[in-house]
Structures are given as structure tokens and as C-alpha cells.
Write a protein that binds this ligand. Structure first.
Ligand code: EPU
Length: 352
């Protein structure tokens, strides 16, 4: 257990925040011991994994950070058609995907290069390019923070939704995921349907991509659109894509015929928040090197923070800023989108 630890390198935004207490977990049993000894009792507990979806809004976190760093990837089932892997929470997600793809196994390839750790992936049911974690998730093991008891959650029990799960909802803050089991198929059709995958493959002269080629294409597409968190602080998509009523959508479409949209199974319509943010702007022009003076948030920046110029859904920290700068910018964007389109977008990132 350490005290007064700066979390700057533990959050992808790169904001300073001091944790009063900090403990690194290298084995799930260590966490149980800690709980049984009462070392988390009456304290605010923050379970930290890759720190890729978190925004520190205060300079001091007056509690204890539990940093999950347990490792291990094990094939626990090997059948003719599929295999099941048990992966410890502290494993790096992109590395795990790389290993699975290299083994020729299907199920996580479209989730390539999403920064973060395995234990955090189910919490917000990470998703990209037409695939979600829930598609290959079998079950996870979790430890109750108060009792230290282990519990297995099968897929159905996790109540997975768009960027959500029971761990972000009803059971928020109650359990720590320590390992996840994934079912991976030895053969399966590739999902090339989403947005620009086909276009990218065509441009690169790839007609019938292999699993590896699809994985590499997705890495390249993401790299071109999303900032490298080692260079520019960010938490990926800052907002969720809003789902609106069809009637409201029809009205908007009349005014904005180019607005991209996806039909939802319940008759509602999902609209990309990135498009909405790009198509409205600040009342005061940017002082930075972005698209100064134009009525678009895309590329807007001040000295410390801004809206990424290649993807308006991503808020970035250029350095020297505070979490509150992002909170302030996010509110301005939410107000601006609401004023123009009548839609209130909500953050995907967790505020601490
Ligand atoms: N768009 C714009 N301007 C922008 C950004 C997007 O007009 O600045 C338009 C695009 O042209 C496209 C549509 O919006 O028509 C969708 O854009 P994109 O394919 O980039 O995806 P997204 O909806 O912005 C979501 C996920 C990403 C994921 C991509 C790819 C959410 C909140 N975000 O973004 O996930 O990588 O799809 O599947 O659902 C993340 O969660 O951190 C994340 C990066």
C-alpha cells in the first residue's frame, strides 16, 4: 500500500490527481486478503484498470485506488469448433486481441486496438466496427468489495447494452472483475459491413481479407481517426451516440438530409454524436490552431484542451490542463448540440 500517489500516468487523459492511498493487485487472492483484513472498510474505493475511460475532476482522490494488474491468458477449453480462454483482468486488451488473431481464432478481431485492460472491457461492453464484447463473452469472475466473496456472472446476468452493463448500472462500485472467459471460434464469417472497412480494404487492394488482414485494417483505420494516448491525452469517444425517437429523427432529416443514422431494433434511431458535434460550434472562435473562426467544434482548441480534429467525438488534453477544463468544454458542447438539434448527448466517460 502506497500513499499520495499521482495518477497522471494511470489515466489516458494525463490529468494530475493524487490518490490518498493506492494498492496494486497482482493476484485476485491479494484483493480478497485486503478486503478480509478490512483495509478497504469505510473508504471510498476506486477500481482502476487501464484508466482509459476515466476523467479525474478533482486534484485529490480522498480514498483508495485499487489498481488491477493481475496477468495470465489460459486456454481452458479446446473443442473442434471453438476454444475458451480465461484472461486475467490486468491483461492489455489490444495485446490479447493480437494473440487471439495470431492463433487464427475469431470473435474479437473487430475490437482490435481499443486501449484498455481486459477487466474493464465488460463494464462498458466495449464495441467497435459492428462487434461488441458481449458477442464473445462467456462469463467473468468478480469479487464483492465488501464481503470479499467471489461470484461468477454469466453473459445474461451482465445485462449488456450499448456501452453498458450491470457493473456500470445496478452493481456500480460493488464488484471488481478479476478475470473474463471468452469463447472464440475456429472459423466464422468476417464482419466487414461497418462503415469504412470495405473501402479501406479496397483502397489497399485486398479483395478477400484474412482474419489477420481484417485485424490490421481495423488497427490502421483507428490509428488514422483516434489520437495515440501516448502522444495526446484522451479517453476515446467522450460521448455516447444518442438514440432518438423516429418522429424527431424524421423532422431532423428534413433539415439535415446528410445526417448519418442507424436504425435500432426498437424502431428508434441512433445518430452519431461526432456528426452532431461537427455540425455545430462555439460562440467564441478558437484561439488554438484548430479550425479557428468556423462554426464547428471539430478541431476547436485552447491551450490545454480541445476537440480532436479527425474525430469530433473525442475530447483531448494537450497538456497543462485540469479535468475541470474538459468538464467545462463537454458542457458547452452538450448545450450547443441541444440548442441546434434538440438532442442532449451524454458522456460515455466516467467522472471521478
Ligand atoms: N462523423 C462525423 N464527424 C466526426 C466523427 C464522425 O461526421 O467528427 C460521422 C462519420 O462520418 C460517420 C459517423 O459519424 O458517418 C460515425 O462515425 P465513426 O464511424 O467514426 O464512429 P462513431 O459513431 O463516431 C463509434 C464508437 C467508437 C468506435 C467506432 C467504430 C461510440 C460512442 N463510439 O464511434 O468507439 O471505435 O464507432 O465502430 O459508440 C470508444 O467507445 O471510445 C470508441 C472509440
Amino acid at each position: 500500500m502506497k500513499t499520495n500517489v499521482n495518477l497522471k500516468t494511470y489515466n489516458s487523459f494525463g490529468f494530475d490527481a493524487v490518490a490518498k492511498e493506492f494498492v496494486e493487485i497482482n493476484d485476485a487472492n491479494e484483493l480478497q486478503t485486503l478486503i478480509r483484513r478490512g483495509q478497504l472498510k469505510n473508504k471510498e474505493v476506486l477500481v482502476l484498470s487501464g484508466g482509459n475511460n476515466i476523467l479525474f475532476t478533482k486534484e485529490v482522490f480522498d480514498g483508495i485506488v485499487v489498481f488491477m494488474n493481475n496477468k495470465g491468458i489460459k486456454r481452458i477449453v479446446d473443442e473442434d469448433n471453438h476454444a475458451v480462454f480465461r484472461v486475467q483482468a490486468g491483461e492489455d486488451w489490444p495485446e490479447f486481441v493480437k494473440q487471439i488473431v495470431a492463433k487464427g481464432l475469431h470473435g474479437v478481431e473487430n475490437l482490435a486496438n481499443i486501449p484498455g485492460k481486459v477487466g474493464a472491457a465488460p463494464v462498458q461492453n466495449i464495441g467497435a466496427y459492428g462487434m461488441e464484447l458481449k458477442d464473445s463473452f462467456v462469463q467473468c469472475e468478480a469479487i464483492h468489495l465488501e464481503t470479499g466473496k467471489k461470484r461468477t456472472f454469466v453473459n445474461k446476468e451482465c445485462l449488456f447494452g450499448y456501452r453498458s452493463s450491470i457493473f456500470k448500472g445496478m452493481l456500480r462500485g460493488q464488484y471488481v472483475i478479476t478475470s473474463v472467459d471468452f469463447l472464440l471460434k475456429k472459423d466464422a464469417p468476417l464482419n466487414l459491413e461497418y462503415g469504412n472497412i470495405k473501402a479501406y480494404l479496397e483502397q489497399n487492394g485486398i479483395k478477400d481479407p484474412t482474419l489477420q488482414q481484417l485485424h490490421d485494417a481495423i488497427c490502421a483505420i483507428r490509428d488514422a481517426k483516434l489520437p495515440d494516448v501516448k502522444q495526446i491525452g484522451s479517453a476515446g469517444s467522450f460521448f455516447k451516440n444518442p438514440v432518438i425517437e423516429r418522429a424527431q429523427f424524421e423532422t431532423l432529416l428534413k433539415e439535415y438530409p446528410t445526417m448519418p443514422h442507424y436504425d435500432e431494433p426498437n424502431g428508434k434511431v441512433k445518430v452519431p454524436a461526432g456528426w452532431l458535434i461537427e455540425h455545430c460550434g462555439p460562440s467564441t472562435p478558437s484561439t488554438g490552431s484548430g479550425t479557428a473562426g468556423t462554426a464547428s467544434w471539430k478541431g476547436w482548441r485552447n491551450e490545454q484542451v480541445g476537440v480532436y480534429d479527425k474525430q469530433a467525438l473525442v475530447l483531448v488534453h494537450y497538456g497543462g490542463g485540469k479535468g475541470e477544463d474538459i468538464v467545462e468544454l463537454a458542457q458547452k458542447i452538450q448545450d450547443s448540440v441541444e440548442e441546434k438539434f434538440g438532442i442532449r448527448i451524454s458522456p460515455e466517460v466516467n467522472f471521478v
